[in-house]
Design a protein around this ligand. Structure first.
Ligand code: PMP
Length: 408
């Protein structure tokens, strides 16, 4: 080692002291650990022990997951699994290249046709994740000004940051605040492009953006509307999202979503008009410079979408949502949201973690959601019932809350 190298300051002294930063997170109750889950199988232990008629508390051989976005339980559906395998066999396990080079395969095209049909648009385009779809789409639309709901997903926020747009954040789910923000921000030129972007279902609050009023405001000011239906796709009207449920297909310019939640695969998509999709496939950097979606994910998503559109899984999901909400409310718990996502507000972040630990001991996996994901003082347990939960699973969850509340 030369004398020069010996004198170099340590990495910690040069701003890379991540150990101290992690310790600081730990102290503030913000440290997160990866939690290994053996399988995404949603069945409770009753599936293995049909004779048991009483929940057994303590360490469970199989946990019931209430913290997954696999809302329709299709990630373990044999038809979906087979479709993934078939695509791997017939096309390959990977696309092998960007779609614009040699990675554009029949399963990508077929999935995009299916998505466009489900969303009522001319075209759709799939990305390697919903995150990539948001970042790539917002930057490629290249708006001058973005009006963004205060609780929008991180990938929307990052898309706004990466674009050169001026970003105006309006109060959560408040179309009046949006209108006022637009009125305050007078256009600087007649050809300035304005984009309003909002999640439809908000993942941590389980509430829904007032999309019709958002469209009214946007139309008044000549803005485009982009809606992220990550948590809604597959779950609402005809296996579509809130845009379909509210009949807003013609008024929303860009519908975005993910294949990784109800559609049980991986990847993201945009559904829009022909020129928008053609523009994105030429310009969105996360599409152009990234390998095409893996064929098994595309195959799985196609089959999951067709099952979601067929309806019975959705009915099971909504029955379970109702059952769980009623059970929790009967315990006097404060259950937020108006959708299939049921957050139970705790407030203090350590108490939320403690509650999650009690639930785990009772065989229920439902993670505590803390800042910065939610505002300080609003830590919560986010419950996501699934179509494949049994009545007993729901009962076990409610009983686990009852017992955990008794311990707090
Ligand atoms: N948008 C929203 C609203 C999301 O909740 C998520 C994922 N949690 C994404 C986009 C990103 O999707 P993906 O996981 O496919 O990257």
């Amino acid at each position: 080692m030369s004398d020069d190298q010996a004198e170099r300051p340590s990495s910690a002294d040069r701003g890379f002291d991540f150990k101290t930063r992690l310790d600081d997170r730990e102290e503030r109750g913000l440290r997160r650990d990866l939690t290994p889950i053996e399988s995404v199988r949603e069945r409770s232990r009753y599936a293995e022990d049909p004779g048991a008629d009483q929940p057994v508390f303590g360490k469970q051989p199989e946990m019931v997951v209430f913290g997954s976005n696999n809302y329709l339980g299709l990630a373990t559906d044999e038809r979906v699994q087979r479709a993934a395998g078939d695509a791997a066999h017939s096309i390959g396990t990977g696309a092998g290249a960007s779609r614009l080079v040699t990675g554009d395969t029949p399963v990508h095209r077929a999935l995009e046709r299916d998505l466009a049909e489900a969303k009522g648009t001319e075209r759709a385009l799939v990305f390697s994740s919903g995150y990539a779809a948001n970042v790539g789409t917002i930057t490629a639309l290249d708006p001058d000004v973005v009006f963004s709901d205060a609780y929008n997903h991180a990938s929307i926020i990052d898309g706004c940051r990466l674009s050169d747009a001026e970003t105006v954040v309006y109060d959560h789910c408040d179309a009046t605040a949006l209108s006022e923000a637009m009125a305050d921000r007078a256009p600087k030129s007649s050809d300035e492009s304005w984009l309003v972007v909002t999640d439809s279902v908000f993942s941590m609050d389980g509430d829904v953006a007032p999309l019709s009023a958002v469209c009214d405001a946007a139309e008044r000011y000549g803005a485009w509307v982009m809606v992220d239906e990550a948590h809604a796709t597959g779950v609402f009207e005809d296996g579509g999202g809130i845009v379909q449920r509210e009949g807003l297909t013609e008024r929303v310019d860009v519908q975005l979503g993910t294949l990784s939640k109800a559609l049980a695969a991986q990847g993201g998509f945009v559904a829009a008009s022909e020129p928008v999709v053609e523009h994105l496939s030429n310009v969105a950097r996360s599409f152009v410079f990234s390998t095409g979606l893996s064929p098994p994910a595309a195959g799985a998503a196609r089959t999951a979408l067709s099952i979601a559109r067929n309806g019975s899984r959705r009915t099971q999901l909504w029955d379970n949502v109702e059952r769980l909400r009623t059970g929790l409310e009967s315990l006097g718990l404060d259950v937020m949201g108006t959708t299939h996502i049921l957050p139970v507000v705790v407030g203090d972040r350590s108490e939320a973690v403690e509650l999650a630990t009690h639930l785990t001991e009772a065989g229920i996996i439902a993670p505590a959601i803390r800042p910065p994901t939610v505002p300080d003082g609003q830590s919560r347990i986010r419950l996501a019932p699934m179509a494949t939960h049994t009545e007993r699973d729901i009962e076990q969850c409610v009983t686990a809350f009852e017992r955990a509340e008794g311990k707090r």
